[in-house]
Design a protein around this ligand. Structure first.
Ligand code: ZN
Length: 274
């Protein structure tokens, strides 16, 4: 079974669905999450301007929710560390893991927006570069990972952390992707692995890519989301590349449909590596 990395301190009282769905996803998964230690401020500085990190943590600058809430700051130490811990787990043991987290890819080097404060993708990937040469980041969120692009450019890491996103050097979400079969998705990822030879993959299994998502950026049916997940996991497993996935995007009301998309990914993950 796919291990899930989640800490109860990730939970906050904010009503935004992306916050509320995560503990519910973990509860409905029926499994006990793996424990880990929270990040320290120095961890955030590995992807961000230290002055920006200091001001957010001192509640002098708005977080990605546009609040000055210390409870959210506490949660950020755990949500970002969830990704870091899952990455370290797969680098040590191989295979696959789930980080029950989101709220990363709009976090820029020195500012934040769109419910993203610190870029847990870049932080975890940069730490992984101590152990592997290249990280392939497949950002299946339906929106562009503009914060990730900005961090990688500012850190001069864009040639070692390859970001595949809605608009960029490597694009996911082209019109033809809505018709992709499992083998088409596998070929798409096989090609990326062949060109970049990653030692680690991080996959944002974005649920807002669902075509009925209310944010209207989606391009995949519920079944097509499953084909995408199957193709990504089959390619990673076939090449022996360790993979961590997380729960980006997804704004359905009621939120159960978004949770169902994430549970589908978990089920496919279990089957692919079972
Ligand atoms: Zn999104």
């Amino acid at each position: 079974m796919t291990p899930i990395f989640y800490h109860s301190k990730q939970q906050v009282a904010h009503q935004f669905i992306s916050v509320q769905k995560i503990p519910e996803f973990v509860r409905q998964s029926g499994r006990k999450p793996f424990a880990f230690d929270p990040y320290q401020s120095t961890d955030f500085c590995s992807a961000h301007d230290p002055n920006f990190v200091r001001d957010v943590l001192a509640c002098k600058t708005h977080n990605g929710f546009r609040t000055l809430d210390p409870e959210i700051n506490t949660a950020l130490h755990y949500s970002n560390a969830s990704m870091g811990a899952a990455v370290q787990h797969v680098l040590k043991h191989g295979g696959i893991a789930c980080s029950a987290s989101q709220g990363f890819h709009h976090a820029h080097y020195d500012h934040c927006y769109g419910f993203c404060t610190f870029n847990g993708l870049v932080i975890a990937a940069r730490k992984a570069l101590e152990q592997v040469d290249t990280v392939l980041l497949i950002d299946g969120d339906a929106h562009q990972g503009d914060g990730t692009e900005d961090c990688l450019e500012r850190l001069k890491l864009a040639d070692r952390i390859i970001n595949v996103t809605r608009e960029g050097r490597e694009v996911i979400g082209e019109p033809e992707h809505s018709e992709f079969s499992v083998s088409d998705w596998k070929a798409f990822v096989d090609n990326l692995i062949g060109r970049y030879k990653p030692g680690l993959m991080i996959y944002q299994a974005g649920a807002d890519a669902w075509d009925l998502d209310p944010f209207k950026a989606g391009y995949l049916s519920f079944e097509a989301l499953g084909r995408r997940d199957q193709g990504v996991f089959a390619a990673a497993k076939g090449h022996g590349v360790p993979l961590v996935w997380n729960l980006a995007g997804g704004y359905a009301d009621p939120m159960q449909k978004t949770i169902d998309i994430h549970l589908q990914t978990l089920n496919i993950s279990d089957q692919a590596y079972g």
